[in-house]
Design a protein around this ligand. Structure first.
Ligand SMILES: Cc1cc2nc3c(=O)[nH]c(=O)nc-3n(C[C@H](O)[C@H](O)[C@H](O)COP(=O)(O)OP(=O)(O)OC[C@H]3O[C@@H](n4cnc5c(N)ncnc54)[C@H](O)[C@@H]3O)c2cc1C
Length: 402
């Protein structure tokens, strides 16, 4: 087993570190303002960095070359995405931001050639952004079989009615991929479909940006879809495959997050160590206190464990596809989120009052780490998936013995 970064990706990773230092971290620090409905896809400063990234080929690492991406294996993407994740601007500057990366992946996998041309190409080029409308306030997002939003056929159109929330990135996006019930009488996993909806279609109403933990930046939208008519050809994949596509979208999408979290956790860790050796209290620097040393050692071990699990899950996706790595993806989703949260929490504590101000990145990182334990499946659901699979084996054996 080789734990070194593969030689063919080591240079890329070093170059991306350099690119982040030169162009990306400098975007941090300016207070963000709420994104308006109909705003440009990306702020001008980000667009400038994107142009440089594209020239260097640091673009859309999540997609194969035929889809307009960098065409690197999933494992290599893990090493790269870890670096991008160090800054909240990293993914957008290099065309790999959520939810567009997940949406582009399902368009690549399931879209017809016309759909790829119309929806995927401008998305991957960074000319537009998109959002994903699955979660509804009235039903448990953890169990998408319960979705109520629906689409019915009317001539050559779908007519969509749905109340969605937490459609991240909807403000300033060109289109949504909406998950709705199209075959209410089918088996529970075959009732839903995915449909592309331009957000300027009559009947689409972005009701509000949802304020989250004191952030009021319109990053997550409540949307009402009321008698929204789109052509039947806007359906992605076969009718009834919405659940399957959602699983496929969230599989690799989850591990994209885990890769970025490693970068976030590592950055918080570095900040925490920098602070510990500088700040003095009660006769010594914080770094000389036993409990702080304990936190630093624990955090280092946690990050390493999460990193190895993420790399292993990425390796398994390359080898067996997302379906073959179901258990590893779920394990790293809840474990990675826990590590992220715990490392950033320690870093905040070491910074004292400064840790909770918006003067540095930690406060924002802490909020986002809390979200990580909920989005793309809460911790409990992923633990359930892992435990059920393990126990099924034991149940089989118990039955055989009986
Ligand atoms: C920052 C952020 C961004 C998001 N972005 C998007 C997006 O772009 N598009 C989109 O469609 N959705 C998005 N979501 C929504 C997200 O996918 C849902 O919040 C998630 O699926 C959970 O659904 P829910 O909020 O309805 O919680 P519920 O399903 O009501 O669950 C609530 C709680 O119940 C517990 N629970 C659930 N199931 C089990 C179980 N089997 N065993 C034990 N306990 C359980 C868990 O603790 C869970 O947190 C986002 C959420 C956040 C926080």
């Amino acid at each position: 087993m080789n734990f070194d970064i593969p030689a063919d990706v080591a240079d890329l990773v070093a170059n991306i570190h350099r690119f982040m230092n030169e162009h990306v971290y400098t975007l941090e620090g300016e207070p963000e303002s709420p994104i308006a409905i109909g705003a440009a896809a990306f702020p001008p400063a980000v667009v400038e960095v994107q142009k440089k990234a594209k020239q260097l080929g640091y673009w859309a690492f999540h997609l194969p070359a035929e889809g307009g991406g960098a065409g690197i294996p999933f494992l290599h993407y893990a090493y790269v995405n870890e670096v991008l994740g160090r800054s909240p601007y990293g993914p957008a500057c290099m065309g790999s931001q959520a939810p567009d990366s997940g949406n582009a992946e399902i368009l690549y996998r399931w879209g017809s050639s016309e759909q790829k041309q119309r929806w995927m190409a401008p998305l991957v080029a960074g000319d537009v952004r998109s959002c994903f409308s699955m979660t509804e306030p009235e039903t448990a997002g953890s169990d998408p079989k319960l979705l109520r939003g629906s689409a019915r056929r009317d001539g050559d159109h779908w007519v969509i009615n749905k109340h969605a929330w937490f459609s991240s990135g909807a403000h300033g996006a060109a289109f949504a991929i909406v998950m709705v019930v199209t075959s209410p009488d089918a088996a529970p996993h075959q009732r839903q479909s995915m449909i592309m909806v331009p957000l300027d279609t009559p009947g689409v109403n972005i009701v509000r940006g949802i304020p989250v933990m004191g952030e009021n930046l319109n990053h997550h939208a409540e949307i009402s879809y009321e008698d929204v008519r789109v052509p039947l050809t806007n359906m992605l994949g076969p009718e009834g495959s919405g659940f399957l596509i959602a699983q496929e979208r969230l599989g690799p999408g989850r591990i994209h997050h885990c890769m970025r979290w490693l970068g976030q956790a590592q950055r918080a860790f570095e900040l925490m160590c920098q602070r510990a050796v500088l700040r003095e209290a009660f006769g010594s620097t914080l770094s000389r206190k036993a409990n702080i040393q304990d936190w630093i050692a624990e955090a280092r071990a946690d990050i390493l464990a999460a990193r190895l699990m993420t790399l292993y899950a990425a390796h398994k996706i390359d080898k067996e596809g997302p379906g073959g790595a179901r258990e590893e993806i779920s394990m790293i989703k809840f474990f990675g989120a826990k590590v992220l949260h715990s490392v950033i929490d320690k870093a905040v504590q070491i910074y004292g009052a400064e840790g909770v101000t918006e003067d540095g990145p930690l406060s924002m990182m802490y909020r986002h780490a809390r979200f990580a334990r909920i989005y793309d499946g809460p911790d409990e659901v992923h633990k359930m998936v892992v435990a059920r699979r393990i126990l099924a084996e034991f149940e089989k054996r118990a039955t055989a013995v009986a």
